[in-house]
Write a protein that binds this ligand. Structure first.
Ligand code: SF4
Length: 305
């Protein structure tokens, strides 16, 4: 059975170790093109619409923002889809926040068991964790090869920063490159920002590498790089060295219309890194991009040359 995951901060390994198949919402086929209800983020709307499709698989929402919570409530109340709302701690500096994250992963396990999953033993969980670790390593290698190819293209190096990009929405990397830029860092979703670093345990080669459940939970908890946490300094600490190392000259901030969280970062990003920021907003859940936005993108890239 597939389980639809809507945030990079839900441990996929935990789902898979229960014998179920995690599937990121980003890779699902595009939904019908439709104008958005006022003030509602396109991503949250897309999740609610997905839950309403007759063949929908169980979905894991998170408490990352109010829009997502409301989408989860609506999906649970108005559709037959099984919904789990994962309480992502809004802070990360306290032991209580870490404990909450561990408890939520345990609670998710009980939800998965109710769906027919089996609780994994330590060996089973390690095996899935190592496998995901290898896959992430391959993904990092692929991203770095692509980056090298793009760098060779000599377009103005840009960072794409922001929230989720949906299938059917414009392919921003392609648009940026077509306009003469190079995506030197993709920090939208899905992208490098959601790619966890290597796990600490499996590489050590110790006879007893430790409790996989605790290691998995800590690993995710320690690497949530996102806009919703307070303080959200980890986002800036993650971006800083990468922007310098990749000689980024400008930021394209991708914002789902109605997403106040990402939109509010525009000024802080500008001030923190001293780089120009272009805000691009989605206006619909599917389809193209307004000509006006394409012109703004081209003019922005032109100004960086
Ligand atoms: S895009 Fe913004 S408003 Fe929408 S679910 Fe994500 S954080 Fe929330």
């Amino acid at each position: 059975m597939e389980i639809i995951v809507t945030s990079p901060w839900t441990p996929l390994e935990w789902i898979e170790a229960h014998g179920l198949e995690p599937r990121g919402v980003w890779g699902l086929p595009a939904c019908d093109r439709h104008a958005l209800a006022e003030g509602v983020c396109a991503f949250a709307q897309r999740l609610r619409a997905l839950a309403g499709t007759p063949s929908s698989q169980p979905m894991i929402f998170t408490t990352a923002c109010d829009q997502m919570r409301r989408a989860a409530d609506a999906a649970a109340e108005e559709t037959a889809t099984k919904v789990f709302l994962f309480n992502l701690p809004a802070t990360w500096k306290t032991p209580a926040a870490r404990r909450l994250y561990h408890q939520e992963v345990k609670r998710l396990g009980r939800f998965l068991e109710r769906l027919g999953g089996r609780a994994p033993d330590a060996a089973g969980l390690w095996s899935v964790m190592r496998d995901h670790d290898r896959r992430r390593q391959a993904e990092r290698a692929r991203a770095s090869l692509e980056k090298a190819g793009r760098t060779a293209s000599r377009g103005a190096p840009l960072a794409l920063v922001g929230g989720p990009a949906l299938p059917g929405q414009p392919n921003l990397c392609e648009l940026i490159e077509a306009a003469g830029g190079t995506v030197a860092l993709n920090a939208a979703e899905p992208g490098e920002r959601g790619l966890l670093p290597p796990l600490p345990g499996p590489q050590t080669g110790r006879a007893d590498p430790g409790d996989p459940f605790a290691i998995l939970c800590d690993h995710y908890f320690d690497h949530i790089i996102d806009v919703f946490q307070r303080p959200n300094s980890r986002l800036y600490e993650w971006l800083g060295p990468r922007l310098t190392e990749r000689r980024v000259r400008g930021l394209v901030l991708w914002v789902q219309v109605g997403c106040d969280l990402w939109r509010a970062e525009a000024m802080s990003l500008r001030e923190a890194f001293g780089l120009p920021v272009l805000v691009l907003e989605s206006t619909e859940t599917g389809g193209g991009f307004a000509a006006r936005d394409l012109n703004r993108l081209s003019a922005f890239i032109e100004s960086l040359r």
